[in-house]
Design a protein around this ligand. Structure first.
Ligand code: ZN
Length: 195
């Protein structure tokens, strides 16, 4: 699948929507992204995972590590395509990302960190820290969608399937509001899915 096929697929299933949205930050945007809406279809999740894995096939990845919750399904599919394990980190009671559930890494194990969407890349960075602390080597990073507008500087090879620029505006300064476009609030329902 090339980038335009992926973009069409995400739009068809509603994972990328165009309109007038109030984001959880309170800002307004003409585009809304919810990866769960494509990942709910296992055969599509598998195809996207294969396409993403293809970009890292020469890196001898032994384990995929993803930040919960949003990264788990993508990471699992990328792990399947690479013939690697797929585990995840999640927040412990102190709010720190950690390997739990008996997950561990071998010393020097080659890890690809996989997330669904990069906005600031913070969760991926945090996951890479956990991997290194756990004895693994975070050798690369991957995401389905990069919506950072190319602003993230990575210290390792990092690739996303597609880049989507999502400009947003303060409510008082929103061109869609000025045109009187009705607004949708994806709100708490969607926030829970991506939490
Ligand atoms: Zn608006």
């Amino acid at each position: 699948m090339d980038a335009s096929e992926i973009r069409q697929l995400l739009e068809k299933v509603g994972a990328v929507r165009h309109g007038h949205f109030e984001l959880s930050s309170g800002r307004h945007s003409a585009t809304y992204v919810q990866c769960a809406l494509v990942l709910q279809h296992p055969e599509l999740a598998e195809r996207l995972g294969q396409a993403l894995a293809e970009k890292f096939k020469d890196l001898r990845i032994e384990c995929v590590v993803s930040p919960a919750l949003g990264g788990i399904l993508v990471g699992h599919e990328v792990g399947r395509a690479l013939g690697a394990r797929a585990i995840f980190v999640e927040r412990d009671s102190s709010g720190q990302m950690a390997l739990r559930r008996g997950f561990s890494l071998r010393n020097g194990e080659r890890v690809l960190v996989v997330e669904d969407v990069w906005t600031t890349g913070g969760s991926t960075r945090e996951t890479m820290g956990v991997v290194e602390q756990g004895g693994g080597r975070a050798v690369a990073a991957a995401a389905l969608i990069d919506r950072s507008n190319g602003k993230i500087e990575w210290e390792v090879p990092a690739k996303a399937l597609i880049e989507i620029s999502i400009p947003s505006h303060e409510a008082f300064d929103c061109p869609l509001c000025r045109r009187g476009e009705p607004i949708t609030k994806p709100g708490s329902h969607f926030a829970r899915l991506s939490a």
